[in-house]
Design a protein. Structure first.
Length: 273
């Protein structure tokens, strides 16, 4: 039990508390503002709204009330505070309060809340909530992944690379690789949906088989990559290295539903990058 007798968030009861916190916050802070104007551009060029900041403030309070031993690394915090929280010995929450803000502002119903608990340099809990569809993806390290409480099946097999659907974000790929993917891809079809956290989850759910992104922030992939891992999906950087979770720096992502498919996808990328 934690200091205030709320179960540990990795327990079944604790995870239900966590899911309830995120769902309730999204109902209050996100859905009433969906499609409304009021966005501003941050220094890094990304979009932020009152929904982002309101969601982060509400969740920060709820998480602290339930599990005060874990500090928060939130996207809308200043970098100095993020680094201090990330270095906490016992672990830290990593939050993107609104992933897919551009979609959100423009009334496109593809956005999510992404929350992970990072401990010893790895995510131990991942939660991604899609308020538009009321879909909540969760994973506890070593215990599988779920969608609305129902276990997500692991992929027993996968189609050949040329038959796959890929989720691709072009804007941070090198010109050479983006050109090859755009002109002569090795798969059958691609989508660019605009919310990294949901991309990871839809891959884990089998709604696509491949993923490619040229550069994400820690809060973009911390939860979703664990959810994919817990269904035996595989993810690396463009260079084939493991994803890292110990710094705020971004990471590229090459992922697939199965190890065999990832090997073929990574080989094609290596040849064309």
């Amino acid at each position: 039990m934690t200091t205030n007798d709320v179960p540990h968030p990795a327990s079944e009861a604790g995870l239900q508390v966590l899911v309830g916190l995120v769902r309730a916050a999204a109902e209050k802070e996100l859905l009433p503002r969906f499609g409304l104007s009021g966005a501003r551009i941050k220094d890094d060029g990304s979009v932020v709204t009152a929904a982002d900041t309101g969601m982060q403030l509400r969740l920060a309070q709820g998480l602290h009330d339930s599990w005060p031993e874990f500090p928060l690394v939130g996207e809308e915090m200043n970098e100095s505070d993020q680094r201090i929280a990330l270095s906490a010995a016992g672990g830290a929450w990593c939050l993107d309060p609104l992933d897919g803000t551009t979609n959100f502002v423009n009334g496109l119903p593809f956005f999510a809340v992404s929350l992970a608990l990072l401990q010893n340099g790895q995510p131990t809990i991942g939660l991604v909530y899609d308020p538009s569809r009321q879909e909540c993806f969760t994973a506890v390290r070593g215990a599988g992944a779920r969608l609305n409480g129902v276990p997500l099946p692991k992929a027993i097999d996968a189609p050949a690379l040329r038959r796959c659907v890929a989720l691709v974000d072009f804007k941070r790929l090198s010109p050479r690789l983006a050109g090859r993917v755009g002109i002569d891809p090795p798969y059958s079809s691609q989508r660019s949906l605009g919310a990294c956290a949901l991309d990871w989850c839809w891959l884990a759910a089998g709604r696509a088989q491949l993923y490619l992104h040229g550069g994400q922030k820690l809060w973009d992939y911390a939860a979703g990559s664990l959810i994919l891992r817990e269904v035996d999906g595989v993810a690396t950087t463009l260079e084939g290295a493991p994803l890292t979770y110990e710094s705020l720096g971004g990471s590229s992502a090459v992922a697939a539903r199965t190890a065999h498919l990832h090997e073929a996808w990574q080989a094609w990328i290596n040849h064309n990058a």
